[in-house]
Design a protein around this ligand. Structure first.
Ligand code: BDP
Length: 711
C-alpha cells in the first residue's frame, strides 16, 4: 500500500473517534473512554436499530453521546440512525411505553429517574419521565455496556436520593483556584461570553454522566464583581451551555455586595435598603439566567463579611438573601463553616454553637451547608455534630474533592472511602441507625430540600484533575451524591472499568490499592485521631511544629497539644467538652478511653505516651508503627502499578507511576518529620520495624516550599 494511504488508514479511525493520536491517552476523556468492547456483537445489534423519541437540546446531546460511544466501542465506522420504527427498533429511548412492552412498574420515575428494561426479544427500552432522565439512563446503559455487564432481568431502576448534587468551584475571576492543584480555572471569564470553550461542554457532559446537576462556578471567598452586569452576562453564557445537560448554575454572593456595588453605607440584613438592593439584584440575575439556582454564601469566617458585623444571627443573614431569591425559585446555601479567631476554647465547637440555637429560624429556601467534620477536611474527622442536631433546618453535606490536606495533586487517596465513613456514621439522634446519610437524604427529619456539595478538584490540566486517579474522586462524589449508599468498592470497580479496562488481572490489584489508600494516607499523615498538623498556610507536607502564629487555631500545637505528659486534644468533659454536642450514646462511647474507636482517640482525648492500646502496644509504639505501615503501603503501590504496565497505555501508566513514587517519597517525609517531632515528647526509641529517619528534625523544620499551588 502507498505509505500515505497507510497513514490515512491509521489516522482516520482515530479521528473518527474524536481523539487525536497525540493526545489519545492523556486522560482528557475521563471515564468516558468508550474503548473497544471485548464482545461487541450484541451491543452492535442494539445500536444498529435505535429509536429516540422526541426532539430537544438534551436529546440531541443524548444522540451525540450514543454516536461517540459507537465510534469507540466498535472497530469500524458506525454511523447511527435514531428513527427506527417502533416495531423494528432494538434500542428504544422514550418517555412513552412502546406498544409491545408491558413493563412491570408503571410508577413515576420523577424528574430525574430512569429505568432500563429488556424484553423477551432482547430489545432494550430506556425509560424516563423527562429528557434529562433519558440522558441519565443512556449514560448508565453505555456504562454497563462498557463494563461488559448486562441489564438485570427485572430491569434496572434508578432515582437520585438527593435533589441537588453540586460541585463547588473555589475559582477566582482571575483564574487562580483556591486549593486547586490541577492548573488554572477552566472558566475563562475574560473570553466569555463570546467564546464558548469546548471544555465547558465536556465538563457538563462528564457531570451529566454521573448525575451532577448543579455547579457553583465561583469561590466561596467571594468577589462581588460576579454580580455586576458584565459578569452576569458571562455567567449566563455558561448557564446556557449547562442547561441541556441538566446542570443549574449558582454563584457565590459576597455579603457586603450592597456596599461594594450599591454604595450603601451598610450591609445590615435588617436594613430595608439592603433588603431592597438584594431584591433588585435577584430580579436582575433572573433576567440573565431564568433558571438561576441561587447563592452559596461564606459569611463571618476567615475574614469574610457577614451578619456578625451588625450583631445579627446567621439566620438573619441567610433569610435576607432567601427572601430576595424566593419569588424566582432560588435557594440559599448558607455555609456553617463559621468560626471566630477570638474564641480561644475549641474551634470544633463553634459552628454548632452558632447554628444549633437557630434551628427552625431559617426560611424554607435556605439549606445550611455543613462540612463533613467540625474542623476542616482533615484526612479523618468524626462527623460534624450539626448533623442530626437541626431537625427543622435542612442541612446539606460539603465534602472536599480537592485534596487540600491530603497530599494535594500527587497523592493517590480514593475519597469515596472517606465520604462513606462519614455518611454511614450513626448520629443516634432518633435511635440507632440515624446515619448521617439519612440526615442528608432528608429521610431522618423530613427535609423538603436536600443537597450535597463537593469542592471540585478540576483545573486546566489535560487530565482535568492532576492525578489520573483523582478523576475517580470526582466520579465517586457524583455517584455518592446520587445514592449515598453506593459502596466505595462498587465505585472503584466501575471507574476502573470505564477508565482503563475490564481485565480482572488489572481490576483486582488496583481496586485493592484504591480501597486501602485512604487508611494508608491517614496512617502516614495523621494516625490515631491526630489532625491539622500540616505545614503552615499551604498545608503541603508535615508541620507538627507550627506554633505561635497570629491565629492560634491555625497552628498544629493548638491541635495536638503534645508534651511529655502525652498528646491529643481533650474534648471530653475534662477538656473543651465538644463531645457534649453529640448524642448521649456517642458521648458515652467516645468519652471512654477504653471504648472509643482508636481512629478518633487523639481527636477527643489527651493520652499518655505509655497508654496501652488494643494491640497491647503503647500509644507511642503504635503511632510509630502506623506511620511505618502507611509508608510500606505507599511503596507497595509503586510495585503493584509497575507490574501492570501491559494493561495501561504508556502515557497514563508513566504519569501515575511517577506520582505514586512521589507519594511514597512524601510518605517517608511525613513519617520521619512527625516521628522525630513527637519523639521529643514521647522520649522513647522507635519500636522494631520502624525505619530510622535519615535526616534530623532541624532539617525537616527547615524545609520551605514556595509557590505551592492553590495557596
Ligand atoms: C479551608 C481552606 C480555605 C477555604 C476554607 C473554606 O483552607 O482556603 O477558603 O476552608 O472552606 O479549608 O471556606
Amino acid at each position: 500500500m502507498n505509505p500515505y494511504l497507510r497513514l490515512l488508514t491509521f489516522l482516520i479511525p482515530l479521528l473518527l473517534q474524536g481523539i487525536s493520536p497525540l493526545f489519545s491517552k492523556d486522560g482528557y476523556k475521563l471515564w468516558l473512554q468508550y474503548h473497544p468492547l471485548e464482545s461487541p456483537q450484541k451491543v452492535q445489534r442494539l445500536m444498529g436499530a435505535i429509536r429516540v423519541e422526541g426532539d430537544s437540546p438534551t436529546l440531541a446531546i443524548l444522540k451525540k453521546e450514543l454516536q461517540l460511544a459507537a465510534n469507540g466501542f466498535f472497530d469500524e465506522n458506525h454511523p447511527l440512525a435514531f428513527d427506527y420504527q417502533e416495531e423494528s427498533a432494538r434500542l428504544i429511548i422514550s418517555k412513552r411505553s412502546p406498544q409491545r412492552w408491558d413493563p412491570a412498574d408503571k410508577g413515576s420515575l420523577g424528574r430525574e429517574g430512569f429505568r432500563l428494561l429488556q424484553n423477551d426479544a432482547g430489545a432494550i427500552w430506556i425509560a424516563a419521565d423527562t429528557d434529562i432522565g433519558l440522558l441519565y439512563g443512556t449514560f448508565k446503559w453505555l456504562q454497563l455496556m462498557q463494563a461488559g455487564q448486562s441489564i438485570p432481568a427485572a430491569g434496572f431502576h434508578s432515582e437520585p436520593k438527593i435533589q441537588r448534587r453540586i460541585l463547588n468551584h473555589w475559582d477566582n475571576l482571575n483564574r487562580t483556584v483556591e486549593r486547586g492543584y490541577a492548573g488554572a480555572s477552566i472558566w475563562n471569564w475574560h473570553r466569555l461570553p463570546d467564546h464558548i470553550d469546548q471544555q465547558y461542554h465536556d465538563y457538563a457532559r462528564a457531570n451529566a454522566s454521573i448525575g451532577i446537576n448543579g455547579t457553583v462556578v465561583t469561590n466561596v471567598n467571594a468577589n462581588a464583581l460576579v454580580l455586576t452586569p458584565e459578569y452576569l452576562e458571562k455567567a449566563a453564557a455558561l448557564a446556557d451551555v449547562f442547561r441541556p445537560y441538566g446542570i443549574t448554575l449558582y454563584l457565590t454572593a459576597r455579603f457586603s455586595a450592597p456596599m461594594e456595588l450599591g454604595r450603601l453605607p451598610t450591609a445590615d440584613p435588617l436594613d430595608p435598603e439592603v433588603q431592597e438592593w438584594w431584591k433588585k439584584k435577584a430580579e436582575e440575575i433572573y433576567q440573565y439566567i431564568p433558571d438561576f439556582g441561587g447563592f452559596l454564601v461564606k459569611a463571618d469566617s476567615e475574614g469574610q463579611p457577614g451578619p456578625h458585623n451588625y450583631q445579627r444571627s446567621q439566620a438573619d443573614g441567610a433569610n435576607l438573601l432567601a427572601d430576595a431569591l424566593k419569588p424566582h425559585g432560588g435557594i440559599v446555601m448558607w455555609r456553617a463553616f463559621v468560626y471566630s479567631e477570638d474564641t480561644p476554647d475549641d474551634r470544633a465547637k463553634q459552628a454548632y454553637q452558632e447554628f444549633q440555637p437557630y434551628d427552625g429560624s431559617f426560611r424554607d429556601n435556605v439549606i445550611v451547608q455543613v462540612k463533613n467534620g467540625a474542623i476542616d477536611f482533615q484526612p479523618r474527622e468524626p462527623f460534624h455534630p450539626l448533623f442530626g442536631a437541626m431537625p427543622q433546618t435542612p442541612l446539606m453535606m460539603e465534602f472536599q474533592i480537592t485534596q487540600e490536606y491530603l497530599g494535594q495533586a500527587t497523592h493517590h487517596v480514593f475519597l469515596p472511602s472517606l465520604y462513606t465513613e462519614v455518611l454511614q456514621s450513626d448520629t443516634y439522634v432518633n435511635g440507632p441507625g440515624s446515619t448521617v446519610s439519612k440526615v442528608i437524604d432528608g429521610s431522618l427529619h423530613g427535609y423538603s430540600l436536600t443537597a450535597m456539595a463537593g469542592v471540585a478538584n478540576i483545573g486546566t490540566d489535560r487530565n482535568w484533575t492532576g492525578h489520573h486517579f483523582h478523576q475517580a474522586n470526582w466520579f465517586g462524589y457524583g455517584r455518592l451524591a446520587w445514592d449515598p449508599q453506593t459502596s466505595p468498592e462498587t465505585i472503584a470497580d466501575e471507574w476502573l472499568r470505564l477508565t482503563f479496562t475490564n481485565a480482572p488481572e488489572f481490576i483486582k490489584p488496583v481496586k485493592k490499592m484504591m480501597l486501602q489508600s485512604h487508611e494508608m494516607a491517614v496512617n502516614y499523615m495523621t494516625p490515631l485521631g491526630l489532625h491539622h498538623i500540616m505545614a503552615w498556610s499551604h498545608h503541603y507536607g508535615p508541620g507538627p511544629w507550627v506554633t505561635d502564629r497570629h491565629r492560634d487555631d491555625w497552628t498544629a500545637t493548638y491541635y495536638h497539644k503534645a508534651s511529655e505528659n502525652g498528646v491529643g486534644f481533650d474534648r471530653t468533659a475534662s477538656g473543651s467538652n465538644a463531645l457534649e454536642q453529640y448524642a448521649p450514646e456517642l458521648q458515652e462511647k467516645w468519652g471512654n478511653l477504653q471504648q472509643i474507636p482508636e481512629k478518633y482517640l487523639l481527636w477527643f482525648h489527651h493520652v499518655r505516651w505509655d497508654h496501652p492500646l488494643k494491640s497491647g502496644r503503647t500509644l507511642w509504639d503504635e503511632m510509630a508503627l502506623r506511620y511505618q505501615k502507611g509508608v510500606d503501603e505507599a511503596r507497595e503501590n509503586v510495585a503493584t502499578w509497575q507490574n501492570l504496565q501491559s494493561h495501561v497505555d504508556e502515557e497514563r501508566h508513566a504519569h501515575v507511576l511517577s506520582f505514586l513514587k512521589i507519594q511514597a517519597k512524601e510518605a517517608v517525609w511525613w513519617k520521619d518529620a512527625c516521628l522525630l517531632y513527637f519523639q521529643q515528647f514521647a522520649q522513647s526509641p522507635l519500636p522494631d520495624g520502624v525505619e530510622p529517619p535519615e535526616k534530623n528534625l532541624e532539617y525537616f523544620m527547615g524545609i520551605r516550599h514556595r509557590y505551592v499551588p492553590g495557596n
